[in-house]
Design a protein around this ligand. Structure first.
Ligand code: SAH
Ligand code: AVI
Length: 333
């Protein structure tokens, strides 16, 4: 079936629906970019790092010598996945911000070994990357039901209504740290809402530590993090037809010990005007920055408080080397 659009070109309905969705996505992006760039401290949402190139760059970051987070979390998963699974024998794994799901294989392996693995629901905002992850996992685990969900988890989790319980909700990589306190609370409250009494949340958080260690992780010597940071401007140029001069911005990342967080910025190396159709013209002074990401660092009391604020109870805490923590949380009535 076809329908005629305003300019009388016949468009198949399915294609039209897809186009409308694409239009919605662009409209949402334009609104978020406009709001962020209107602030005194200009900002862009970190979810816009992750087109295919950005997701690949993130994968390269995880292998950098300075970026300890992924290796530290992997070591904890290797040590504890089996006992976490034995706690409640989950049949479904729902993963927020799954990315390439490299570490997820450790959990899936533990669930398979325990004989309880049935379903995997990876959720991510990066559609193509998610589809590729799902394809690979179907090949690796032929009897596993893989049900990917494209969603912006800051808005809604996008999980299917009916899940095979119990469910292990996993939010790894310290991605929770990329949300400020109110956003992190509402996100975990959404997870809590999706949970039933026997489900559990596995949360990965980066821990507070000396500034030099954290700053090195976000200022790597090979400049991969700088390319990842600048990639956001390429995404905005492509999606919104903007004309950011990507080379006209330098990467800056610094730790605020008072706020327990890294901030990543793109600093304009000269005065410039950027034209963004649907948004307008944005002026940047020389040295003015756009904040592209925060990455909050936690300790045990702050994780406990964050969970409690979302009606979750810290049940297990794994953090042997003091760099990174895995928390298991249960729903509070
Ligand atoms: N979990 C993986 C990947 C972390 S990178 C790991 O631990 O290595 C962060 C991931 O979260 C990316 O895949 C990105 O696309 C996704 N992401 C970031 N913001 C998101 C949002 N608002 N909604 C859904 N996914 C998001
Ligand atoms: C995905 N997220 C937890 C990463 C972090 O460390 O905050 C993203 C990242 N930013 C710079 N390097 C990696």
């Amino acid at each position: 079936m076809t329908r005629c659009s305003a300019n009388t070109v016949a468009v198949p309905v399915e294609r039209e629906v897809a186009l409308e969705r694409a239009d919605d996505r662009i409209a949402v992006m334009a609104r978020e970019v406009a709001e962020g760039l209107a602030r005194r401290q200009k900002e862009l949402p970190p979810k816009y790092f992750y087109d295919e190139r950005g997701s690949d760059l993130f994968e390269r970051i995880t292998k950098l010598p300075e970026y300890y987070l992924t290796r530290a979390e992997r070591a904890l998963l290797e040590e504890h996945a089996r006992s976490i699974v034995e706690l409640f024998r989950p049949r479904t794994l729902v993963e927020l911000g799954a990315g390439s799901a490299v570490k997820t294989r450790i959990l899936l392996g533990a669930m398979r070994d325990a004989g309880c693995l049935e379903e995997y629901v990876p959720i991510d905002v990066s559609r193509e990357f998610l589809q590729e992850t799902a394809r690979q996992l179907r090949r690796e685990y032929p009897s596993l039901r893989v049900v990917p969900a494209v969603a912006d988890i800051s808005e809604s989790l996008g999980v299917p209504e009916r899940l095979t319980r119990p469910v292990l909700f996993a939010f790894l990589g310290s991605t929770i740290g990329n949300f400020d306190a109110p956003a992190a609370r509402s996100l975990l409250a959404r997870v809590r809402q999706a949970m039933r009494p026997f489900d559990r949340l596995l949360l990965g958080t980066d821990l507070r530590k000396p500034r030099r260690v954290i700053e090195a992780a976000y200022n790597d010597s090979r400049g991969v993090t700088a390319s990842f940071n600048r990639n956001m401007l390429r995404v905005v140029n492509r999606e919104l037809g903007a004309d950011f001069d990507v080379a006209g911005f330098t990467h800056r990342a610094f730790y605020s010990a008072e706020r327990h967080r890294i901030e990543m910025h793109l600093v304009s190396s000269r005065e410039q005007m950027v034209h963004i159709p649907l948004v307008g013209t944005v002026h940047l002074a020389k040295g003015e920055s756009i904040r592209t990401e925060i990455s909050c660092k936690y300790d045990r009391p702050s994780v406990r408080r964050l969970l409690r604020a979302a009606s979750l109870q810290l049940e297990r805490w794994f953090a042997e080397d003091g760099r990174f923590a895995l928390s298991v949380a249960s729903p509070r009535p």
